[in-house]
Design a protein around this ligand. Structure first.
Ligand SMILES: Cc1cc2nc3c(=O)[nH]c(=O)nc-3n(C[C@H](O)[C@H](O)[C@H](O)COP(=O)(O)O)c2cc1C
Length: 251
C-alpha cells in the first residue's frame, strides 16, 4: 500500500472519515490505533492520523501511540480530527506530538460530526445526524484533494496560549467506576472486544471495568441490549450508521 491512515474511534465517526478518505485516495491501508504497529513507516507515501477530540485535546491512547512511532522530517504526515463541537487545543497538541516523534505535520483538519459523549448528552435527532454526516462526506472529499497533492500548510504552528488547556485533562483512571450494567446483559462480550484499551474483562459473564478507560463510550453505545449506562442514565445511543461494531474490534 502507498498510504496509511491510523485511526482511533469509539462510535465510528473517525473510522468512517478514515474510510472515506482512504477510498478517495486509493491504495490506502487503515490501522486501528488500539493495536500495535509493527510495519515500516518509510514505505508509505502519506501517513495520516484520524481520531476524535476529547476535552479539547488528543485522547491519551492516541498520544501514546504516536509518541511510540519514529518519523523523519521527509515523511508526509497529515491529521484529521473529528469533533462534536469545538476542537480546542487538539490541533496544537497533534502538531507537538508529531514533532516530538521527529516528524513535521504537513496539514491538519477538523471535521464536525455528531457528538457521542453519552455520559453527558444523548444522540442528536436523526435528521441533524444525517445533515452533519452528509457535510462531513463533502469535507472528506476536500481533505482528500489536498492530501493527494501533498498540500503543506506553511502557517502550521502551535498557538502557544491554547496549549496549556490540555494540561487540565480530566483524570481518566477513575471514570469507569461509574459504569453500571443492568439485568439486560447477556454476557455477549462485545463490550470487551470493542474496548480499545482492554479495560473490560468478563467476570461471571458480566463486564468488569478497570482503570484504563479512554471514555470513548464504545461499550455503552454499541451494547446490543443497552445494558451498560453511565451512572444509570438512560440516553439515546449514537453509532455511525455505516460502521459495524466488528470494524472497531481491537486487533
Ligand atoms: C470523552 C469525550 C470527550 C469529548 N470532547 C469533545 C470536545 O472537547 N470537543 C468536541 O468538539 N467534541 C468532543 N467530543 C465529541 C467527539 O469528539 C465526536 O463526537 C467524535 O466525532 C467522536 O468520534 P468517534 O465516533 O470516532 O469516536 C467528545 C467525546 C467524548 C466521548
Amino acid at each position: 500500500m502507498e498510504n496509511i491512515i491510523f485511526f482511533f474511534s469509539g462510535t465510528g465517526n473517525s473510522l468512517a472519515l478514515a474510510q472515506e478518505i482512504a477510498i478517495n485516495l486509493d491504495n490506502t491501508e487503515l490501522h486501528n490505533m488500539s493495536g500495535a504497529f509493527e510495519g515500516d513507516l518509510q514505505t508509505y507515501e502519506r501517513i495520516g492520523f484520524i481520531f476524535p477530540v476529547y476535552f479539547g485535546g488528543v485522547p491519551p491512547m492516541v498520544r501514546a501511540f504516536i509518541e511510540d512511532l519514529r518519523f523523519d522530517e521527509k515523511m508526509y504526515i497529515f491529521g484529521a480530527i473529528t469533533r462534536g463541537g469545538m476542537a480546542g487545543a487538539a490541533q496544537d497538541e497533534l502538531l507537538e506530538i508529531v514533532e516530538s516523534s521527529g516528524g513535521k505535520l504537513a496539514c491538519e483538519f477538523t471535521v464536525m460530526m455528531p457528538g457521542n459523549f453519552i455520559a453527558v448528552y444523548g444522540a442528536l435527532p436523526e435528521f441533524i445526524q444525517k445533515n452533519l454526516l452528509a457535510k462531513s462526506d463533502e469535507k472528506a472529499k476536500k481533505i482528500t484533494d489536498k492530501i493527494k497533492v501533498k498540500l503543506i500548510n506553511q502557517n502550521l504552528k502551535p498557538s502557544r496560549e491554547t496549549v496549556p488547556l490540555m494540561k487540565k485533562m480530566p483524570d481518566y483512571t477513575t471514570f469507569a467506576k461509574d459504569y453500571r450494567v443492568n439485568h439486560n446483559c447477556s454476557g455477549c462480550n462485545l463490550c470487551a472486544k470493542i474496548c480499545p484499551s482492554k479495560n473490560i474483562t468478563m467476570v461471571g459473564h458480566k463486564p468488569h471495568f478497570d482503570s484504563t478507560c479512554q471514555r470513548c463510550m464504545a461499550c455503552i453505545q454499541w451494547c446490543p441490549v443497552a445494558a451498560i449506562t453511565y451512572k444509570g442514565q438512560i440516553r439515546a445511543r449514537y453509532r455511525h450508521p455505516e460502521i459495524k461494531a466488528e470494524e472497531l474490534f481491537r486487533k
